[in-house]
Design a protein around this ligand. Structure first.
Ligand SMILES: NC(=O)CC[C@H](N)C(=O)O
Length: 398
């Protein structure tokens, strides 16, 4: 990686509410100065943006954002503070997608004073307690336009105390150049559990599933548990036979990073998909499934990240507004011979947003039917999954 000529952009009248300052340098040479919040730290990541207007606690804790510096297009972030982890459903936090902030850094235009009855701290305090740097009072519109035009880039963010010597742009550039690019790092193993974790629903258990956890969002657990599905989360390195042993069905989770680096996981996904048991695959899960069955993945220029993305169901023409968080996608033209057929399409850029097997037992979405954050238009995908499990079980009982 080479850094272009560094050009510094500053907002006029930069007055900060915190005693912190921050710098953000992109690999194309764009350098932005702003106010700092969160932790005094320096982190490298792929710079991406989300168009979600709310749901920052969920986005920040979504394991699929591991390795990325997140820019929010919505101009005010932090208004409702940080909710308590004690609000739970079936033992899983409602407003969090994992136990920790996963992003490398956070970029917002304005950081207002929080005001909400359920807030237990400010965004600044939360990021600080988790060692994550943030920058505000920067022109996020400019950054987003740049990413939309030239694609996602690697970047480095650094927060320092006002009055201290700022980290030099050349020093930041050196650190950035010497870091591995996002596409080459395996992040899924960092967010996957070390040993199995069982989540039991309150009330009657209607089904038991094994979940290959490459960085599952709690939202997926919540949607399964509230349908009476017991979930056992397995490390991302678990072989197929173990996922199939004694379970009614398998879930392949979302997760961070380049799917092409997860070859053994793709093989596992293909094995469970041809086992005759129902399979639900979400985002990275769908990519692994398709890759394992012989399809190809490619990188989108600037990804789909937001809670307002339409998808159209092929065949019915039904349109839903859904949550997306993906930087890679599966090539339509590579589905031949995989046994998978297209299921959903994104009408804005034509991306393949879902596939299923010919017999309908394997269902996979590139978008997030669990939302978290986002609209609930597509939570019926979980109802469909439960129906597939119950039909399969009653067929086997005959
Ligand atoms: N949310 C996800 O599972 C993301 C999948 C994959 N890491 C991508 O960016 O495309």
């Amino acid at each position: 990686m080479q850094i272009g000529d560094i050009k510094v952009y500053r907002m006029p009248l930069l007055r900060c509410k915190t005693s912190l300052r921050a710098r953000l340098l992109l690999a194309d040479g764009v350098a932005v100065e702003g106010c700092g919040f969160g932790a005094e730290a320096t982190r490298v990541g792929e710079v991406v943006f989300t168009t979600a207007m709310t749901g920052y606690p969920e986005s920040l804790t979504d394991p699929s954002y591991r390795g990325q510096i997140l820019v929010e297009t919505h101009p005010m972030i932090g208004n409702y503070g940080v909710p308590s982890r004690d609000r739970q459903l079936h033992g899983v936090p409602v407003d969090y997608e994992s136990d920790h902030i996963q992003v490398e850094g956070f970029v917002v235009a304005e950081l207002p004073q929080p005001s909400h009855y359920a807030s237990v701290m400010s965004l600044h305090e939360w990021l600080r307690s988790e060692g994550v740097p943030g920058i505000y009072r920067v022109d996020t519109r400019f950054l987003v336009k740049r990413i939309r035009e030239y694609g996602v880039v690697m970047g480095i963010i650094s927060v320092y105390r006002d009055g201290e010597e700022p980290p030099g742009w050349d020093e930041l550039a050196r650190k950035l150049v010497s870091s591995k690019s996002y596409d080459e790092r395996i992040f899924a193993l960092e967010v996957s559990p070390r040993k199995p974790i069982v989540h039991r629903p309150r009330g009657r258990v209607r089904a038991r599933v094994a979940l290959l956890d490459c960085g599952v969002k709690y939202g997926i657990l919540r949607r399964l548990l509230e349908r009476g599905i017991e979930v056992t989360r397995y490390p991302c390195t678990t072989p197929a036979w173990q996922l199939l042993d004694g379970y009614d069905a398998v879930v392949l989770s979302n997760g961070p990073g380049n799917p092409a680096l997860l070859r053994s996981q793709a093989r596992t996904a293909a094995e469970v998909a041809t086992s005759g048991k129902p399979v639900l695959a979400i985002c990275l899960g769908m990519q692994l499934l398709a890759l394992g069955l012989g399809a190809r993945a490619y990188k989108l220029p600037y990804g789909h990240r937001g809670v307002n993305k339409p998808v159209v169901e092929l065949g019915t023409g039904r349109c839903m507004v859904t949550t997306h968080n993906h930087g890679y996608a599966i090539d339509w033209d590579s589905l031949d011979g995989t046994g998978l057929i297209p299921w959903f399409r994104q009408p804005d850029d034509g991306t393949l947003e879902g596939v299923r097997s010919r017999d309908g037992l394997v269902v996979a979405t590139q978008f997030h039917p669990e939302a978290g954050p986002g609209p609930w238009d597509s939570t019926w995908v979980f109802d469909l999954f439960l129906k597939l499990i119950e039909e399969t079980k009653s067929r086997q009982a005959v």
